[in-house]
Structure formats: structure tokens, C-alpha cells
Design a protein around this ligand. Structure first.
Ligand code: NDP
Ligand code: 8X3
Length: 249
């Protein structure tokens, strides 16, 4: 039975990935800051697979290291790491951007991904086996107006994904990235600081991707035979042709 650690499992893509993996009997280490949500997902998924939870903030390196070290013995061998935790904070020009938002995006989306990876890679190297899936974004592939620092954070994820594949190649570790377009999750609510109406309007007039669509693709990627490594996948809703071109009616 494989074990997967999923960051950002309390919502959206991470939660749906946990639900999808559970169906395939993958043992789960669910991570996030919101403990109540971790507990209720654990309760739901424990009926079909083995589950443990880790509550920590990915941007706090001591918390990350402590949490991973505290894993119960039977969850210490991690086969699959899903680096998913992340968000956009704000949407404004570079001249109007909020520095705290910039810090949050770089600390969580980039440094958080590094801290978690750094805690888990040594044991993958020791096993000479492992799979890291980094959740990027179309923002890694195309910079859009007002996206500046979020796009930069995801370009960094893209670069780190490629770097990990190079550095970990000799250790037989697979590394992939998934780059989704618009997915209807709590993403826009976070970007617009709790403004639910504005967040809802982002997904009006077309059918956006659902978290389960992305989870399905993540499972496809991790379930290929071991000699197959999908480098990266860019996934749009059919109505979206680029960051700014969405067929709304
Ligand atoms: P959600 O807001 O629904 O989920 C984000 C998850 O990240 C939550 O579980 C949240 O958990 C976790 N998270 C955020 N900050 C931290 C932190 N500091 N420490 C630990 N966990 C954290 O958004 P999505 O599911 O959409 O986003 C998941 C990933 O997908 C992100 O990397 C995002 O950039 C990417 N993405 C999303 C797209 C979209 O359109 N939705 C498109 C392309 C990429 P908690 O708050 O409990 O800590
Ligand atoms: C999220 C993609 O275009 O909705 O990573 O900002 S977008």
C-alpha cells in the first residue's frame, strides 16, 4: 500500500485528491492549517483507507520540519508527495500591490513547497524511489495582467519542478507538475480576501474545472507504471483558451 502526503488537503484540489487517492486505497497524510477540516476529512476517509493528519503552516520552516518528524512510524515511508498548498493573495498592478500579499505568495507557494520537499526528499533518496507532484498553474506558463507576483511564484514552481527532476534523477525519483487553469475552489475567495460575491463572479457564465477533475488527473499521473514520468500537464476548462480568454455567455 502506497502512502501519500498531500499539502493543502483541507480544501479544493488537495481535498479532492485525498478523496480520489482514498478510493484507490492509498494511505493518506493530510496536511493543512485548519484542524477541524483535517479531522472531518480524516473521519470521512478513514472508512476506506488509513489516514493521519498533520496541522502546520508550510511557510514556517520549523513547523514543517517538526510536523514531518512527528509522523507515526507506520506513516514515515512516504511514496508520493503532492505539493499543492498555495493561493493567490490580491490581484492588482505591481505599483498598487500589497507587500504583505507578496510575502504570503512567495512564502507559501515557493518557500513552503521547498520546506516540505526538503523534509521528505532524504527518505525518498534512501528508498531510491518516490514521486513528487508539484501543483503549478497556467500562471506558470503565461503571465497575465495584475497577476505579477502570483505568476512569479508559479514560474518558480515550474523552475523548481524541472530542477527537482534533474537533481533527483539519479535517485529514481519521479517528478511531475500539473498546471490547471480556472478551478472552482476557495482560491478566488482567498485571492479576494473573503469577498464571496466577487469570487463567485469569476466562475459565472462558463463551466470551470472542478477540483475533482484535477484530482482525477493527478491520480492518472501517479498511477502510471514506474518507468513512465509525465513531465507536466496544462489543463484548462474547455471554455478557457488562455489566462484572459474565457468564453462566457
Ligand atoms: P483552495 O483555497 O481551495 O485550497 C488551498 C489549500 O492550501 C487549502 O487546503 C489551504 O489549507 C492550503 N494552504 C494555504 N496556505 C497554506 C499555508 N500557509 N500552510 C499550509 N497550507 C496552506 O485552493 P485550490 O485548491 O484551488 O489551490 C490548490 C493549489 O492549486 C494552489 O497551489 C493553487 O495555486 C493551485 N491552482 C489553483 C487554481 C484555481 O483556479 N483554483 C488554478 C491553478 C493552480 P489551510 O487554509 O487549511 O491551511
Ligand atoms: C490560478 C490560475 O488564472 O485563475 O492559478 O489565476 S488563474
Amino acid at each position: 500500500m502506497k502512502t501519500a502526503l498531500i499539502t493543502g488537503a483541507t480544501s479544493g484540489i488537495g481535498k479532492a485528491t485525498a478523496q480520489e487517492f482514498a478510493k484507490h486505497k492509498i494511505r493518506l497524510i493530510l496536511c493543512g492549517r485548519r484542524e477541524d477540516r483535517l479531522e472531518s476529512l480524516k473521519e470521512e476517509l478513514s472508512k476506506i483507507t488509513e489516514v493521519t493528519t498533520l496541522q502546520f503552516d508550510v511557510s514556517k520552516k520549523e513547523e514543517v520540519a517538526f510536523a514531518i518528524k512527528s509522523l507515526p512510524e507506520n506513516f514515515k515511508k512516504i511514496d508520493i508527495l503532492i505539493n499543492n498548498a498555495g493561493n493567490a493573495h490580491g490581484l492588482s498592478t505591481i505599483q498598487d500591490g500589497n507587500i504583505d500579499d507578496w510575502d504570503a505568495m512567495l512564502d507559501i507557494n515557493v518557500k513552503g513547497l521547498l520546506y516540505v520537499s526538503k523534509s521528505i526528499i532524504p527518505q525518498m533518496i534512501a528508498q531510491n524511489e518516490g514521486f513528487i507532484v508539484n501543483i503549478g498553474s497556467i500562471a506558470a506558463k503565461e503571465v497575465y495582467k495584475n497577476g505579477n507576483v502570483y505568476c512569479a511564484s508559479k514560474v518558480a514552481v515550474d523552475a523548481l519542478n524541472k530542477s527537482m527532476r534533474l537533481d533527483l534523477n539519479e535517485y529514481n525519483i519521479r517528478v511531475s507538475a500539473i498546471h490547471p487553469g480556472m478551478v472552482e475552489t476557495e482560491f478566488s475567495e482567498v485571492r479576494f480576501k473573503g469577498d464571496k460575491e466577487r469570487a463567485k463572479s469569476v466562475y459565472k457564465g462558463f463551466k470551470p474545472l472542478q477540483a475533482a477533475d484535477v484530482a482525477d488527473i493527478i491520480y492518472f499521473v501517479v498511477s502510471r507504471p514506474y518507468h513512465v514520468n509525465i513531465e507536466d500537464l496544462v489543463v484548462y476548462p474547455t471554455a478557457q483558451a488562455s489566462a484572459g480568454v474565457v468564453n462566457k455567455n
